[in-house]
Write a protein that binds this ligand. Structure first.
Ligand code: FES
Length: 108
């Protein structure tokens, strides 16, 4: 694994997130309080597009069935909200992020 450039810091404003596609992966980069984090963009439940979810603080909510994840660690906070069923969801894959000048690099 090596650090590869996926974009620039200007593309991810403070307290927001953005999806990047590189090497056939979708990576969700967030900027939380000036620090950058990267996780897999696809929800482990049914592949919901997390970049279209809601970000509150460091918690992203999947747009499909409302699983919640800590975007800074990738940890699942709560599973899908599907009536009757109680399903657990796996954590998101997390990637290391590095800033080099204006460039955003992710280890993949
Ligand atoms: S696809 Fe994300 S909670 Fe179902």
């Amino acid at each position: 694994m090596e650090f590869v450039k996926i974009g620039s810091v200007a593309e991810v404003e403070s307290d927001s997130m953005k999806k990047f596609e590189i090497q056939e992966k979708e990576i969700l980069v967030s900027n939380i309080g000036g620090k950058y984090y990267a996780v897999n963009n696809r929800c482990p439940h049914r592949k919901g597009d997390l970049s279209k979810g809601e970000l509150e603080g460091n918690i992203v909510t999947c747009p499909k069935h409302k699983s919640k994840f800590d975007i800074t660690t990738g940890k699942a906070i709560s599973g899908p909200k599907i009536p009757i069923l109680k399903i657990k969801v796996n954590d998101l894959e997390k990637y290391e992020v590095k800033v080099d000048g204006e460039d955003l690099l992710v280890k993949i």
